[in-house]
Design a binder for this molecule. Structure first.
Ligand code: NAD
Length: 480
């Protein structure tokens, strides 16, 4: 059985304790590899490696950083199929998605911030008849990146690429549920010639492997993507140290579908917003708010489309909905479906475990689920399930739609479906949401600010937002 190792100071390292955790192929329901159960000793070794590498890396030229990031992107492109296969086995996501989405996007992240390294600039502010200010932006130091399981390599690279581009060294802790592609990424660092210690990858449980790194005074910033509850713990623990912190957290996103929308396009995209990656994308819409006039027709078309959605073995190129990432997540989703029933919800589609024929019979599959009849305050409309479960609610006016959409503790993403330009602008302006799409979804320009309001996060990533986060501004004022 394959044993994943930590990548520290350019070397492959066993966990110091010698302890390992099981890694499960969720489509088969079987352990297929092991990963280090790293603890504070491995964490300290990784921080030491990142600290020792910092000075030299922070002094590399912008071009040197850009060339290395570009090289890593090229190697990843070359190994796309191998990485896509590893991602789908590890996560349960359809192979078509890994091949066309996750892995190419990870390469794009590296390439985008190769450009970022070269083009990022700092500000200057002239004071008439007095002088000028200029702002230096220095790398902050060794930083920690903590990433989740839903888009494993995609989010891992989304964080490490700007950190490296800005001249920082990194300790990265990928999710213990999907460690494989981050592990393989160590090979890419070696082949590209990234100096030892510039990127260190340690595996294991968050509290045991990542938290000691977060608290280490040598770590100057923490970038985290994951659940709101974990973000809260992390924020509580590291707030007293005053180190920089970026938190990208959960969501309960609304799709607002008006009577005047292009119905076919809205239904087709709603299938993606609801069930892509088994609904395990932080940007997925999980609350479908539909205007009264179109509600019956939209519902009928959506349910018909779901019947045709190929669900099953992630390795089948035709599959569009694969396996839920883990047994515990699978059980959590089923428990929420039961809660919805207890709260008076009517299951229109799915609502139960699916057992595909053949080798995936013991895997963790749930039929795409649609529930109606729940109040906006019902738990399934308030709490993040992060799954193939969506709820339908109807509304009469745009004011009601805005109130429903804003009526949760979250504020990550939303989509609006209407042909009325004024309505689109008015509603977008009123939504408490960091990311809003009109008549589309998941279209990403990497230069735009990415992140959420309220309990969906603190700070923004993307474009210069990430470069600013990973640099410390220092203003110098000069009198003429
Ligand atoms: P999670 O919070 O359970 O874990 C995320 C990471 O944090 C993992 O690497 C984990 O090991 C680590 N971790 C766990 N406990 C920790 C602790 N005490 N100290 C330090 N690290 C700890 O989240 P998950 O289940 O892996 O991911 C799903 C969540 O991520 C969902 O809530 C989803 O909405 C969110 N998410 C948000 C975005 C975004 O951009 N806002 C993107 C993707 C996923």
């Amino acid at each position: 059985m394959k044993k994943i190792k930590n990548f520290i100071g350019g070397e492959w390292c066993e966990p110091i304790s010698g302890r390992y955790l099981d890694n499960v192929n969720s489509a088969l329901g079987e352990v297929y590899s092991q990963l280090p159960d790293s603890d504070e000793l491995d964490a300290a070794a990784a921080v030491t490696a990142a600290s020792e590498a910092f000075e030299a890396w922070s002094k590399t030229t912008l071009e040197q950083r850009a060339i290395l990031l570009q090289k890593m992107a090229d190697i990843l492109d070359r190994r796309r199929e191998e990485f896509a296969l590893a991602e789908s086995i590890d996560n349960g996501k359809p192979i078509s998605l890994s091949l066309q989405g996750d892995i190419p996007r990870a390469a794009s992240n590296l390439r985008f911030y190769a450009g970022g390294a070269m083009h990022f600039a700092s500000e200057s502010h002239a004071m008439p008849n007095f002088g000028v200010n200029y702002t230096l932006r220095k790398p902050v130091g060794p930083v920690l990146s903590i990433s989740p399981w839903n888009l494993p390599l995609h989010i891992f690279t989304w964080k490490i690429a700007p950190a490296l581009a800005a001249g920082n060294t990194v300790v990265a802790k990928p999710s213990e549920i999907t460690p494989m592609t981050a592990y393989l990424f160590g090979e890419i660092c070696q082949e590209a010639g990234l100096p030892a210690g510039v990127l260190n990858i340690i595996h294991g449980l968050g509290a045991k492997a990542a938290m000691p790194v977060a608290k280490d005074p040598r770590i100057k910033a923490v970038t985290f993507t994951g659940g709101t509850a974990t973000g809260r713990i992390l924020a509580q623990e590291i707030a007293p140290t005053f180190k920089k912190m970026s938190l990208e957290l959960g969501g309960k996103n609304a799709n607002i579908i008006f009577d005047d929308c292009d119905l076919d396009q809205a239904v087709e995209t709603t299938l993606l917003t609801s069930f892509s990656n088994q609904g395990q994308i932080c940007l997925c819409g999980s609350r479908l708010l539909i205007q009264q006039g179109i509600y019956p027709k939209f519902k009928q078309k959506l349910l018909e489309a779901i019947q045709k959605l190929p669900v099953g073995n992630p390795m089948d190129p035709a599959t569009r909905v694969g396996a839920i990432v883990s047994k515990s997540h699978f059980e959590k989703i089923l428990s929420y479906i039961q809660i919805a029933k207890d709260e008076g919800g009517k299951i229109l589609s799915g609502g139960e475990k699916l057992s595909p024929h053949g080798e995936c019979a013991n895997g963790y599959f749930i039929k795409p689920t649609v529930i109606e009849g729940l109040d906006n305050m019902a738990r399934c409309n308030q709490e993040e399930i992060f799954r193939s479960v969506v709820t339908l609610q109807s509304f009469a006016t745009k004011e009601e739609a805005i109130s429903l959409a804003n009526g949760t503790p979250y504020g990550l993403a939303a989509s609006i479906w209407t042909q009325d330009l004024k309505q689109a602008h008015v509603v977008a302006d009123a939504l408490d949401s960091g990311i809003i799409w009109v008549n589309c979804w998941m279209i990403r320009d990497l230069r735009t600010p990415f992140g959420g309001m309220k309990q969906s996060g603190v700070g923004r990533e993307g474009g210069w937002e990430s470069m600013r986060f990973f640099t410390e501004p220092k203003n110098i004022c000069i009198k003429y």
